[in-house]
Write a protein that binds this ligand. Sequence first.
Ligand code: NAD
Ligand code: UDP
Length: 324
Amino acid sequence: MSKVLITGAAGFLGSHLAFQLIQKDNQVIGIDNLSTGKMNNVMRLIDTGRFQFIPYDITSHQVLTLDALRGIEEIYHLASPASPRFYQSLPFGTIAVNTIGTNFMLELAKTNNAKFVYTSTSEAYGDPQVHPQHEDYRGNVNTWGPRACYDESKRLGEVYCYEYFHRFQVPVKVARIFNTYSAGLRNDDGRVISNFVTQALQQTDITVFGDGSQTRSFCYVDDTIQALQLMMENDAANGEIINIGNPIDYTVLEVAKLVKELTRSASPITFHSLPEDDPKVRRPVIEKAKKLLGWEPKVSLEDGLNRTIAVYRAENNDKKGLLL
Ligand code: NAD
Ligand code: UDP
């Protein structure tokens, strides 16, 4: 049993991770400023009786003085808006949490001799010119655009991790996470899976941006969460950047058609303008994760979508007495 801190515990990945760690009898403390997270996610965790919630902004220096964090052994640093809709509406908060927030959390790890997992992102590769993306690829990121607040601050977060690993020997591990999905994403999150499933179940237009030929690799949440835990447990991951994602990519139009088919929805698929700097391709090389962690994803997109759809459908029915 370890004393574990999760930043961003009220969010999508953070709450799933907290639930898993609680099941394994860890003492879990979650910090979240609820900027994009949901109190509902936290209530579910508090109900287990083995979770402490601290509503707090980790970019505040005071976070380093919180009594509850003394003796922390593991830090999963997940706090940061992740959906383009949210990080673009919170650019300064996004920059701050990934830079100052990461700095404070690393400082906490240093003081407590804690292990540290940082959730970076496939966005570190920007709009990649090398496909698929290997960890050594340095990326193609635009500093002068609407995605920069996220992409570049995540990259700077990695730099903080590098410095704390090399200067202070903090056992830091950096996960570059590729698109992860499941139920639990907010319906208004704006990310593609939550949008398409919500739209299909509500019989509204399935909104494909551009011509839908851009690709993404979708990893089911259980697979991603398992990888983060393996990174924490495994010393071979110390000082390493590791891609965590599903090595099969789909075009966005293929995903729209698959969601429509699996939900048996009558929604039309409609086409809308492509957001600025939307990456055209994205697919991880996961040989490093296989070698260092013995990890690869197990859940296919079709299985994961079926699980996701079942939960969204039940929630929809609860809320509106609706549908399908
Ligand atoms: P999310 O928006 O659901 O969760 C992020 C959480 O961080 C929210 O609960 C939010 O309130 C909290 N937060 C933001 N700023 C904070 C601050 N200053 N202090 C305290 N809490 C703060 O996002 P998610 O999908 O769960 O992503 C979690 C992490 O994983 C993020 O760091 C994201 O960049 C990374 N990631 C996620 C994906 C994905 O597909 N979900 C892909 C790549 C990387
Ligand atoms: N997308 C789409 N329709 C939507 C939401 C997203 O076609 O309703 C596209 C988006 O333009 C991008 C891909 O789906 O090409 C993934 O978008 P998301 O916001 O989920 O994550 P990203 O990988 O862009 O951060």
